[in-house]
Design a protein around this ligand. Structure first.
Ligand code: PGA
Length: 909
């Protein structure tokens, strides 16, 4: 698709319409003066982008410098809201403007497969084993309040009605937006986060996932002319919200247990709420058509077992058997909820022992209807509910539990060797021997009273006990995966295995093997641990203790890859390549050991956190590493932008499922995978870029001060956008800062350094070598991985604004090294931009992605203005000149601009 060929006129018209309505509301609410001020800033910012001149730049800066705090806030609010409205409009049009939308659909892919002669039974078999799992996390990357999102989704609905038809509604919602406080004043609690995730799961995923499966079935039928048997349900959803405690002391064992309870209750309640509609719809009378004998017998049984059913049925005709049965279903669902709350075993009071029992009741109704010419009745809502129960069971998402390896280590030390001293400090082989011995030979002993253990051990063990209790009582699938963050080596995995055994999640069985209720998932997230991952896994695959665990889990192993921490550690290029190389090696190794491997990609929104278009990212994985399974995180602002509505969610989930199927069966670059020499070149690029990146970020003594002075990192750390703290430990070291605020800060000052620094020098050096340019261009043309890395860099570079960055740099003026360091950053940026363009062979960035380029261009003047406003506020705050405003008000205004810039970039960090 080229620039001239995209037709985004409908999108542009809608942007103009909402912009005009916003203007009207500002006039009504604030009066002419503010309206004119907003317009003036806007006009100057647009002019600055069209014709960058120094006097134009200065006029805008002068104007902003003179503004009172209140006026700054009004302008910031206006632009933030405009950017939010643009986001809504763009999301509505995204499926049509997505360059991969057509070819990435399931229908197109299945047609291609069928044309290519891929046999239908192979496709059906692959589909029945396919898993594409999206995991929602509570990572603090959504700067917009949930209440604001709710208003924005009403805006979306009003736009759906047509800008004209919905005008009154749009004006109402925009007025509500204007009068709503945009920034948070209180941190969400972990339970608030759980409830919010459940809201998304219930309102979006519960509807979207069955729709994707339906599309898949239809696409298969139309491509192969046969029904898809067995029906495939490849799309899954998981959650970390309430289960991820890594670095978040607010997520306690109680929070996890409450999250599990809420998941179950929300799901049961959603099914229960669907029943009255079915009662309205399924009115057939026995006087008109018979019902099956099994249905009649089951209603008899229900009446015997459920005393409250008789009363409930008093108002119903006795010849309407479907309605009678559906009432029984409603009663059993109510009892199931009561049993959960009373901490009883499911089924004890007449509730459903498991989701299979509910499915069986619904199938009974379905069979009876179909057996008596009622297929049309069975195909409607009943079918939808059956599909939901089949897709979700009694949980909308299964919960993963994640903890940092150091906490497991502390717990293992305190539990296993309180006398001998900690495991820390022993060579890893000795740790391995000790842990294997504990796992294989120590007798099953009851746990010591938790009170006798230290805090870390108590919390780690109570969490594992909660998980075990919940799985044993309520739902064996409620939790499947225990993730270990910052895994260094195999001892970290064995530690958790031993702990899991001590709490009974893993048990020795009578036949000498083990039974295990959970997967143990190492998360490799540093460049060095990624490089050593193959060795770590080799030790595990050879370990008798770990092999027993693997056998108990059907020889399936999940490995999680951390994108942002590896990029924070070694820079973008080095992280990308370390991840790519590790995946290949790990996949080959697993195949050698007869292990089915599933990669879990810990990706965030920005490029340096693994963001970028998912479809493309999956196809860029080494072909042999997908093999029908993929799991990935979706977080914060990505959840709202990709899964804000069912429509958007269906689109993204379909693209995901289709990419996984394509990567498994029909990799587009098969036979064109990386040549050995390309791997070598990439290795060189990664190494050079890493040295350059670390040389600045970790080795340059003045860098930390520059970072704190020239970004709003302190204000970001003070944002109350998630329950998790911004740092793992105190102090100002880059190492203790989490990856999210690190990226967030660089996005805000528009330098986006964390996404590209180091790549420029590496590319430039290679371009200067004989044949360097030729080689890099060939890699770009022929190696999808490299192409994705470079195209993502293009996206990042298109969002960088070095002029704004330089103005932030002024905030660091008093630091001795600032000038030299800022110059180094500028030079590296120039090198990066030039080199990327040479590799791509184009004159400007994003030549091949006109929709994205236009979107960035549309937003830029507003983001620029917000940056200028933020800068002015920071300047005032740091010089102590708050001009009558309280510090709190000042921080509030800065946070407003932070949220505005994040909305404009569509990424926090
Ligand atoms: P983590 O995630 O810090 O929770 O590992 C980082 C990210 O998603 O960027």
């Amino acid at each position: 698709m080229t620039a001239s060929r995209i037709d985004d006129s409908a999108l542009r018209a809608e942007v103009r319409a909402v912009g005009a309505l916003l203007g009207r509301v500002i006039r009504e609410q604030e009066g002419e003066r503010i309206y004119q001020l907003v317009e003036r800033v806007r006009t100057l910012a647009v002019a600055r982008r069209r014709r960058p001149t120094a006097p134009g730049e200065r006029t805008l800066q002068r104007l902003i410098r003179r503004l009172e705090q209140e006026d700054i806030e009004a302008v910031a609010r206006a632009f933030t809201l405009f950017l939010h409205l643009v986001n809504v409009v763009e999301s509505r049009h995204a499926p049509q403007l997505d360059p991969g939308a057509g070819s990435g659909s399931l229908a197109a892919l299945l047609r291609r497969l069928s044309r290519r002669g891929t046999p239908s039974d192979l496709v059906a078999r692959t589909l029945s084993d396919l898993r594409a799992t999206v995991v929602l996390t509570a990572h603090p990357t959504e700067a917009t309040r949930w209440s604001v999102h709710k208003i924005l989704s009403r805006v979306d609905r009003a736009l759906e009605a047509g800008a004209r038809a919905g005008e009154a509604e749009l004006l109402r919602e925009i007025t509500a937006l204007w009068q709503t406080q945009l920034q948070r004043e209180r941190r969400p609690t972990p339970i608030g986060e759980v409830q919010h995730a459940l809201h998304t799961l219930e309102t979006v995923f519960q509807d979207a996932i069955p729709r994707v499966h339906e599309r898949l079935a239809k696409a298969f039928e139309s491509a192969y002319g046969a029904r898809l048997e067995p029906p495939a349900r490849p799309v899954r959803v998981g959650s970390w919200v309430g289960g991820d405690r890594d670095g978040n002391p607010n997520v306690t064992a109680w929070v996890t247990s409450e999250a599990l309870r809420l998941h179950r209750q929300t799901t049961l309640a959603a099914y229960w709420r669907a029943i009255p509609t079915l009662i309205d719809l399924l009115t057939p009378s026995e006087k008109r058509v018979p019902v099956s004998e099994e249905l009649r017998a089951s209603v008899e049984r229900d009446l015997e077992e459920l005393p409250r059913l008789r009363e409930r049925l008093e108002g119903y005709e006795s010849h309407e058997l479907y309605r009678r049965k559906l009432n029984a279903v409603a009663v059993r669902l109510e009892l199931s909820m009561e049993e959960t709350d009373a901490a009883e075993l499911p089924g004890l009071r007449g509730g459903y022992p498991d989701a299979g029992a509910l499915a069986a009741d619904l199938e009974l109704i379905d069979r009876s209807l179909r057996g008596e010419r009622g297929a049309r009745l069975a195909d409607g809502m009943l079918q939808t509910l059956r599909e939901r129960v089949a897709s979700f069971g009694f949980r909308l998402a299964s919960l993963d539990v994640r903890e940092h390896q150091a906490r497991h280590r502390a717990a293992a030390a305190s539990l296993l060797c309180p006398v001998e001293g900690p495991l820390e400090g022993l060579p890893v082989e000795e740790q391995q021997r000790f842990l294997e011995h504990c796992f294989l030979h120590e007798p099953d002993e009851p746990l010591p009273p938790l009170d006798s253990l230290d805090d870390a051990a108590r919390e780690v063990l109570s969490t594992l006990l909660t998980v075990r209790e919940s799985m044993a009582r309520l739902d064996p699938g409620a939790v499947r995966d225990l993730v270990i963050s910052d895994t260094h080596d195999h001892a970290n995995v064995l530690e958790l295995l031993v702990l899991a055994r001590r709490v009974g999640l893993v048990r020795r069985s009578s036949d000498g093997g083990v039974e295990s209720a959970v997967n143990i998932v190492p998360l490799f997230e540093k460049v060095d641990s990624l490089a050593a991952a193959e060795t770590s896994m080799e030790r595990l695959y050879e370990s008798p203790a770990y092999r027993a665990q693997l056998r108990a889990r059907g020889m399936r192993q999940q490995i999680m890859l951390g994108y942002s921490d590896s990029a924070k550690d070694g820079g973008y290029f080095a992280a990308c390549f370390a991840l790519q190389r590790a995946q290949r090696a790990l996949a080959d190794q697993a195949a050698r050991h007869g292990v089915h491997l599933e990669f879990f990609h810990g990706r965030g929104g920005t490029i340096s956190r693994g963001g970028g278009p998912t479809h493309r990212a999956i196809l860029a994985q080494p072909p042999e590493t997908v093999r029908g399974r993929i799991k990935l995180t979706e977080q914060g602002e990505v959840i709202t932008s990709k899964y804000g509505t069912s429509e958007a969610a269906v689109h993204h989930l379909e693209q995901l499922a289709s990419a996984v199927l394509e990567a498994t069966l029909a990799h587009p670059m098969q036979g064109r995978t990386a040549r050995v020499s390309w791997m070598g070149a990439m290795d060189t690029l990664a190494e050079r870029s890493r040295a350059r990146y670390r040389g600045l970020v970790y080795e340059e003594p003045g860098f930390v001060d520059l970072f704190y002075a020239a970004t709003p990192i302190e204000e970001i750390a003070g944002l109350r956008i998630g329950s998790r703290p911004a740092k793992r430990r105190g102090g100002r070291r880059i190492e203790s800062l989490r990856a999210i605020p690190w990226n967030f800060a660089w996005n805000q000052n528009r330098v986006l350094l964390s996404s590209w620094y180091g790549a420029g020098a590496a590319l430039q050096e290679m371009l200067a070598e004989p044949d360097g340019e030729q080689r890099l261009r060939a890699m770009y043309r022929g190696w999808l991985f490299f192409r994705t890395v470079i195209d993502n860099l293009q996206q990042v570079l298109a969002k960088v604004d070095m002029e704004v960055g330089a103005a932030y740099g002024e905030l660091a003026r008093d630091l001795p090294d600032a000038v030299a360091l800022l110059q180094r950053i500028r030079d590296e940026h120039t090198a990066c931009r030039r080199s990327v363009l040479r590799v791509v062979g184009s004159k400007r960035l994003l030549e091949g992605e006109p929709a994205l380029r236009r979107s960035i261009e549309r937003r830029n003047p507003y983001i620029d203005s917000l940056s200028q406003l933020q800068l002015e506020l920071l300047r005032r705050k740091r010089s102590g000149g708050v001009r009558g405003a309280t510090l709190e008000a000042m921080d509030g205004a800065i946070q407003l601009t932070i949220a505005g810039v994040a909305a404009g970039l569509r990424n926090t960090g």
